[in-house]
Design a protein around this ligand. Structure first.
Ligand SMILES: [Zn+2]
Length: 491
């Protein structure tokens, strides 16, 4: 009996010690063969895919090596994953991963990032992972981003659907709904921003159809489409009953300027935009004489205008002129303004003028920082309050404030990298974590965005030109908007 009881206890302990595996929603895989799914599992907070599942999309063979690692061959090239190390060697080149490739339940599991970062380097087809929408794109597939806003106008309700990059759209309107079909393999669909009593729902259905439900009490419905270089746009005007239709919104009328949006109903109220360098500190010198401090300030000012106009958030700049600002002053400005989000803007330099590509950094914690993060949740003291009860005071040290936000910062970094895809050239591994002093004291999710190489003549031209800056600001706006719209899992 005693032995049996001991065994039961041991078994219970063993089960408790096993890493908890959960199954999130599968990833959508879009390729020339159509749309399929790839299931994932979460082990130690990391999302993994099974390599034998991946072989259904990208032909590969898996072989265990004698040291307990695994080697994967693709088209005669090999990826070697050593045991317990968060990296792989891809055809001789070392690629960092967020976690090691592991063996579990008789299968080899790799972090999802393995797919674009490692497999993408040796596979025949291009591999892109859109984290925000959980889509894995394989090969030359057309998957535009679709955003929708709903707003009330003088004469009723306007729904604006934007498809970027532009794809063909077909619109069918009846009394209850407007159905918009896109000529695309799939779509990257973001939840609609704004509401109106005239609109019952805005729904995205695979592969690429958006349905806008119209309330039975609503008046006339009219849809029109237009195209720019960067997006296709569908404008649906729903007039209030007993009100004449607004002729300015007829299909032949010129496009109205994008109206101011209502603020998102999420926690994001204040965004801090940090223009790197300034004053005596010019930052990187471009091949043609451009200074990093000029580019960062220009982009910061534009981003402020766009975020305030489109999202209705408050934007605080850590500098709005050409002056030197120390890292502590930047941190203090951000924390005192009670920012919900921090984006620092920089440009990189390289001795090789050929080096190009943007990178998004977020804070990496060293061992001490990891412990701080664990303690951060508990580091509050309850003070007695006059009249009874207690008040909780947070006592986290400013210099390690970022420790409690690393996960959200990583999420923001990934959203920004996803928003850059297809618009701004990036490094092969666009998201990096590093122990960055400029971010350490920030008490909010924070990223440092190296927008490109100023030492590359082409990127210098883009960074100083109107179009290049617009594209950067659009990507930053997309990332902040998505971060504001999608609450982190488990909250
Ligand atoms: Zn810099």
């Amino acid at each position: 009996m005693r032995v049996a009881a001991a065994t039961t206890v041991l078994l219970a302990l063993l089960l408790a010690a096993l890493p908890l595996a959960q199954s999130p929603a599968p990833i959508g895989v879009v390729s020339a063969a159509g749309r399929r799914t790839l299931s994932t599992s979460v082990v130690n907070d990391q999302e993994y895919v099974a390599l034998d599942d991946v072989s259904a999309f990208v032909p590969l063979t898996i072989r265990e090596d004698r040291q307990g690692g695994v080697s994967i061959s693709v088209r005669g090239k090999s990826i070697v994953a050593p045991r317990d190390r968060a990296l792989v060697s891809v055809d001789g080149r070392v690629v960092a991963l967020p976690a090691p490739v592991i063996r579990m339940g008789g299968r080899w599991l790799a972090p999802v990032d393995f797919l674009p970062r490692a497999l993408g380097l040796v596979s025949e087809a291009r591999i892109e992972y859109r984290r925000g929408s959980r889509l894995l794109l394989i090969g030359a597939v057309k998957v535009p981003r679709v955003t929708t806003r709903v707003e009330t106008t003088g004469s009723g309700t306007r729904v604006t659907l934007e498809v970027a990059p532009p794809a063909g759209v077909m619109t069918v309107t009846d009394a209850e709904k407007v159905v918009v079909r896109l000529d695309a393999d799939a779509m990257d669909f973001a939840p609609a921003v704004g509401t109106s009593p005239a609109v019952t729902q805005v729904r995205g259905d695979a592969p690429a159809t958006v349905t806008i439900g119209i309330a039975p009490s609503a008046g006339d419905v009219r849809a029109s489409t237009s195209n720019t270089d960067t997006a296709a746009r569908v404008v649906i005007d729903i007039t209030s009953p007993n009100q004449a239709p607004d002729t300015s919104s007829a299909p032949s009328a010129p496009q109205a300027p994008a109206p101011v949006l209502t603020p998102p109903r999420t926690g994001i109220q204040t965004v801090i935009v940090d223009a790197g360098h300034g004053g005596d500190d010019g930052g990187v010198h471009g091949a043609g004489g451009t200074l990093e401090k000029q580019v960062t300030l220009e982009v910061a000012r534009r981003l402020k205008t766009v975020l305030e106009a489109r999202m209705g958030v408050r934007v605080v700049l850590t500098r709005d002129d050409d002056r030197a600002v120390g890292p502590d002053e930047r941190t203090a400005t951000a924390n005192n303004a009670k920012g919900d989000l921090f984006v620092s803007l920089h440009m990189s330099s390289s001795p090789s003028p050929a080096t190009t590509g943007a990178t998004v950094y977020f804070m990496r914690l060293d061992r001490e920082g990891e412990e701080t993060r664990r303690e951060a949740g508990a580091q509050a003291i309850a003070l007695p309050v006059l009249g009874g009860g207690t008040r909780v005071i947070e006592t986290i040290r400013w210099d390690l404030a970022q420790a409690r936000h690393v996960e959200d910062s990583g999420r923001l970094a990934n959203l920004l990298a996803a928003a850059l895809e297809g618009h701004v050239p990036t490094m092969p591994q666009p998201v990096q974590s590093a122990p960055l002093r400029v971010l350490a004291g920030l008490n909010m999710p924070a990223v440092l965005f190296e927008m490109g190489y100023l030492t590359n003549a082409d990127q210098e031209k883009r960074a100083t030109g109107d179009e290049g800056r617009t594209v950067l600001v659009q990507a930053l706006y997309d990332a902040v908007n998505r971060f504001a719209l999608a609450p982190p899992p488990g909250r």
